[in-house]
Structure formats: structure tokens, C-alpha cells
Design a protein around this ligand. Structure first.
Ligand code: NAD
Ligand code: DAU
Length: 370
């Protein structure tokens, strides 16, 4: 049995990864460490917790005591670090929390892993680690900065982060690489483009637009809507991380993206027309509507003040992970967006819960206190 510490496993991608691993593998025990911030919701994985291969611990990755106690209690051999403050707009409002969680949290996890995994020193003084251990840092394409009309980010593109969020993620990447160099720690970094799919917190573009449509609210598009993001279905990202954990060459960075660039305004228009079509096709979905005014069209779009320092375009070149590990995305955007919108139409309880601030409800139910 392998023992994975999955931090941030109650958030969007982390919870999808937990579900993916439980379904795909039988020989992996997962310990989720998550502080259940506004973005983490234990309800998201409460069904999965019925499986004895999954355990949940509420705690902060920045705390030495917490992380040490997890390593002490479980024979952790793999860390997959999803835990982070992840929203660019919030990082513009409150950078400090991003630096604490994303940088110091990563460093604390690395230090603890180093302490527990190093079994001896070689003749030159470098640590020698237990067999089969690995630290995987889940990073982002935003560390590369912003592209013009053409070109792609490759793993050798110089890092040029431009928001407090991406600067904190880039700092964490540098620390991970520094630990690989200085202490010879067995690490990988994945840098992925924009994910979409189930359990995406409705502050991010796609789930926010769906939520606002259902509430009959305006749909805020920053600037002129022509900024470009490169969208990837979350399950394809989970598959990529699984491959890198199991087969990635130590010390390597892998970009993950599905060649699916779209302008924000086109994403918003497509979301509007897809929600409208699905509501027309299936009267059951009308239960998801929170308003009587059903006028779902492009008039809902409102162009608002641009994000400060708004990155223009992201686009990933995934050639390395494709050629080395055989990864290819399975979900075409046309199918993924319909699956995603259907999921939101069928899971308004989840949306209500995470947006009501009652995201710790399941924690109280299962563990009795905060
Ligand atoms: P999310 O905000 O949905 O989830 C983050 C999770 O981390 C939450 O469950 C939260 O409770 C937990 N958390 C936050 N601070 C913590 C702390 N101090 N200690 C323990 N747990 C803490 O984020 P996401 O979109 O799922 O992103 C996961 C990771 O993937 C992040 O590292 C992010 O930078 C990276 N990433 C995200 C995307 C994307 O499109 N969402 C793309 C590329 C990379
Ligand atoms: O590229 C990977 C990154 O993708 C991850 O590292 C981040 O954690 C994740 O949040 C995401 O960052 P973005 O800033 O690209 O995602 P967001 O959904 O916030 O915005 C997507 C685009 O849509 C961006 O150009 C800003 C725009 N936008 C966003 C919101 C919330 C709008 O126009 N209106 C909105 O209301």
C-alpha cells in the first residue's frame, strides 16, 4: 500500500484527484490534509470518506506540529500538494495570506518530508532517502507570466509571475527546485492551465457565470473580454498528476494543458447558450433556477472594470508530458462544458452550501466541533 498525503483535498482539483485515485487504484491510502478555508468543503468528499482507504485531517499546511503529526501517524511516502490560496482577485486584495499559505506552507511540507524521508547521508553529506518517496508540487501556468498573440509556455520558459498569486506560486516552485538541488529531494512540479469541471468554487469564471445565470444576475466580464485562457477538464489534469507521481522523472517539471485556448467572452457566450439549451431540453433542470425572470441571453453580459495587471493570454505546450509519459487529454471542451453545466444544474445543493458559508457543516457533523 502507498500512503499519499493529499493537501487541499477538499478543494476543487484536490477533491477530484481523491475521487480519481480511489476509482483508479486499489493500493493507495490517501490522507487528506485540508484547513477547510472558504474554498474547502468536506461535503465534497464525505461520500468518499466511507471508503477505508481515505482519511481526513483538518489542519493548516503552515503548522509544523500539524504536518509533523501527520507524518508521524501515517507512513507518508508521497505528497501531492494542492493546498493553496488559488484566486487571483483575492490575491490582489490580500497578498499576505497567499505568501503564507503558498510559500511557507510548501516549505513546511518539504521540510517535514525531508526530515521523515532522509534515512542516512552519503559520503559527500547529501541525504539518502527512503525508496519510492516523492513530493509533487501542483503549480500553475501563471508562473510563466503573460503571452502575446502567439507562442506557448514550455518548461524552459523563464518564470515571470505578475500577480501576488502567481508570484507566490513561482516562489514555491523555486523552493521545491532548490530543495531538489540542495538536499537532492525527489520532487516533481506540474504546471497546468485553467481547469474546469465539478466542484469548482463559484468565484471562478465558469461556475460564477453559471451561478449568476441561474440567479438572473448580470455576468461580469473583465475589460473587453478578449483575454485568453487555455481550458482543461479537471479529470484530465488528475490523470496527468497521477502519471507524473508514478512515472515522472525525478526533478522534472511537466506542463499540462490541452491546446484549448478561448477568449473569456466566448466562454461566457457559450455558457449562456448551453445553460439555455439544457434548461429547454430537460424541464427537471428548471428546479435549479433561483429567479422567475427567465431571460437567458447575451444581454446579461456586463463589461466591468478590468482586473489589475490582468494577464493577457496563457497557452501551454504539453509536448513533454505527452512524449515522456504518453499523456493526452480525453475530454473535448465541447463535451466537458456540457458535462460541467449539467453537473451544476443537478448539484445546486453543493453550490448553496459552499456559498452560504456553511462549508464546515459536514466537518461538524462528522467530527463534532470546528
Ligand atoms: P481551491 O481554492 O479550490 O482549493 C484549495 C484547497 O486548499 C481548499 O480545500 C482549501 O481549504 C485548502 N487550503 C487552503 N489553504 C490551506 C492551508 N493553509 N492549509 C491546508 N489547506 C488549505 O484550489 P484549486 O483550484 O483546487 O487549486 C488547487 C491547486 O492547483 C492550487 O495549488 C492551485 O494553485 C493549482 N492550480 C489550479 C488551477 C485551476 O485552474 N484551478 C490550475 C493550475 C494550478
Ligand atoms: O491558469 C491557471 C490558473 O487559472 C490557476 O492557477 C488559478 O488558481 C485559477 O484560479 C485560474 O486563474 P484565472 O485568473 O485564469 O481564473 P479566473 O476564473 O479567476 O478567471 C478566468 C478569466 O476570466 C480571467 O481572464 C479573468 C476573467 N474573469 C474572471 C472572473 C471571476 C472575468 O472576466 N470575470 C469574472 O467574474
Amino acid at each position: 500500500m502507498k500512503h499519499y498525503l493529499v493537501t487541499g483535498g477538499a478543494g476543487f482539483i484536490g477533491s477530484n484527484f481523491v475521487k480519481y485515485i480511489l476509482k483508479k487504484h486499489t493500493d493507495i491510502q490517501i490522507i487528506v490534509l485540508d484547513d477547510l478555508t472558504y474554498a474547502g468543503n468536506l461535503g465534497t468528499i464525505s461520500k468518499d470518506l466511507e471508503d477505508s482507504r481515505l482519511e481526513f485531517i483538518k489542519g493548516n499546511i503552515v503548522s509544523h506540529e500539524t504536518v509533523e503529526s501527520v507524518f508521524e501517524k501515517y507512513s507518508i511516502d508521497t505528497v501531492v500538494n494542492f493546498a493553496a490560496e488559488s484566486h487571483v482577485d483575492r490575491s490582489i486584495e490580500n497578498p499576505q495570506l497567499f505568501l503564507e499559505t503558498n510559500i511557507l506552507g510548501t516549505q513546511n511540507l518539504l521540510d517535514t518530508a525531508r526530515k521523515f524521508w532522509a534515512v542516512e547521508k552519503d559520503s559527500t553529506g547529501y541525504p539518502v532517502y527512503q525508496k519510492g518517496v516523492k513530493f509533487l508540487q501542483v503549480s500553475t501556468d501563471e508562473v510563466y507570466g503573460s503571452l502575446g498573440e502567439t507562442g506557448y509556455f514550455t518548461e524552459t520558459t523563464p518564470l515571470n509571475p505578475r500577480s501576488p498569486y502567481s508570484a507566490s506560486k513561482a516562489a514555491a516552485d523555486f523552493i521545491v527546485l532548490a530543495y531538489a538541488e540542495t538536499y537532492k529531494m525527489p520532487v516533481n512540479i506540474t504546471r497546468c492551465s485553467n481547469n474546469y469541471g465539478p466542484y469548482h468554487f463559484p468565484e471562478k469564471l465558469i461556475p460564477l457565470i453559471i451561478k449568476n445565470i441561474l440567479e438572473g444576475k448580470k455576468l461580469p466580464v473583465y475589460g473587453d473580454g478578449s483575454n485568453v485562457r487555455d481550458w482543461l477538464y479537471v479529470e484530465d489534469h488528475c490523470n496527468a498528476i497521477d502519471l507524473v507521481v508514478t512515472r515522472g522523472r525525478l526533478g522534472q517539471v511537466y506542463n499540462v494543458g490541452g491546446h484549448n485556448e478561448m477568449k473569456n467572452i466566448d466562454i461566457v457566450r457559450l455558457t449562456i447558450s448551453t445553460v439555455r439549451r439544457l434548461l429547454e431540453e430537460n424541464p427537471e433542470y428548471k428546479k435549479a433556477l433561483k429567479t422567475d425572470i427567465i431571460n437567458i441571453n447575451d444581454n446579461l453580459i456586463t463589461f466591468v472594470k478590468d482586473r489589475l495587471g490582468h494577464d493577457r493570454r496563457y497557452a501551454i505546450d504539453p509536448a513533454k508530458i505527452s512524449s515522456e509519459l504518453g499523456w493526452t487529454p480525453e475530454t473535448r471542451f465541447a463535451d466537458g462544458i456540457v458535462k460541467t453545466i449539467r453537473w451544476y444544474l443537478e448539484n445546486q445543493n453543493w453550490v448553496d452550501e459552499v456559498t452560504s458559508g456553511d462549508y464546515q457543516k459536514y466537518y461538524r457533523q462528522m467530527y463534532g466541533s470546528e
